[in-house]
Design a protein around this ligand. Structure first.
Ligand code: SAM
Length: 260
């Protein structure tokens, strides 16, 4: 196991945390003023930090032990070994392997916004599904959800997580361009899109978002750093959307839009 050590905390390195997962990190840990990113092997990283080789022992177990349940809107996100007495809707996830444990602000805001927007029977697309957490949350609210991710490695985990939560979301490898090749209702159109990606990708995909949504569809976009919020807004307005609401948590924004 290889660890990449960067000076800072989850908060100060927020922007880089998603990038590390996208570059193949299997887990992240805060340790005495550093963030440790665990990789199966060394990768090219344009970040200031240093590599260290660790014995393949129990790093994942140690990281998991420190995880706490996370509340988001009507949900609580739990690891299989957590117990919980509250009335929240429980999303149980096996943490550590794919982005989406509920510990990132963007995931939490997305769960809160899904609770505001999803109505039973809606068809929901979770673009960039990672652990499947948002598709699972949408299904618990009564939607029929499809999860898409360009990283094939996360799909079996999302499927296992959906099974463990007793929901029947379907998960597929690919981006929006792969939708026409999917079977049946997974092709869309959708009533609601939720996408926890990053601002530049939302700019690129804004026109596509219009195409995959049905009349009056809703788009929930997050993974947007505060300083890039206006750029996403401009692109979405140009693509035919109206801004419904905006949330902020730390350096991160979530924007909800309605198709005009
Ligand atoms: C920040 S994670 C979000 C995970 C989860 N949805 C959440 O909210 O916690 C982003 C995910 O998007 C995937 N991804 C990146 N670019 C994509 C694209 N163009 N289309 C689909 N998925 C993409 C990544 O592989 C990663 O799993």
């Amino acid at each position: 196991m290889q660890v990449f050590r960067i000076k800072g905390s989850f908060t100060s390195l927020d922007e880089k945390v998603s990038a590390l997962f996208e570059l193949g990190a299997r887990g992240l840990e805060e340790k005495s003023a550093e963030v440790w990113a665990y990789f199966p092997e060394r990768v090219e990283l344009a970040l200031p930090g240093e590599w260290q080789e660790l014995p393949d022992t129990d790093w994942l177990e140690a990281w998991k032990r420190d995880l706490q349940p996370v509340k988001a809107g009507p949900f609580v996100v739990l690891a299989p070994w957590h117990s919980w007495d509250g009335d929240e809707l429980r999303i149980q996830l096996e943490p550590g392997m794919a982005f989406g444990t509920g510990h990132h602000q963007t995931t939490r805001m997305a769960l809160e916004e899904l609770a505001q927007q999803v109505k039973p029977g809606m068809r929901v697309l979770d673009l960039g599904t990672g652990s499947g957490i948002l598709a699972i949350g949408a299904e618990m609210l009564g939607a029929e959800a499809v999860g898409l991710d360009t990283d094939a490695a996360v799909i079996p985990q999302a499927e296992d997580n959906a099974r463990a939560n007793g929901v029947s979301a379907s998960f597929w490898v690919g981006g929006l361009d792969s939708l026409p090749g999917l079977s049946g209702t997974a092709q869309g159109p959708f009533d609601l899109l939720v996408a926890n990606l990053y601002a530049e990708l939302h700019l690129e995909l804004a026109q596509e978002y219009t195409r995959i949504l049905g009349t009056c569809g809703t788009a929930i976009l997050t993974g947007i750093l505060v300083e890039r919020g206006d750029l996403v807004k401009e692109a979405m307005l140009l693509a035919g959307f109206t801004l419904l609401s905006e949330r902020q948590d730390g350096d991160w924004l979530l924007q909800a839009y309605s198709k005009r």
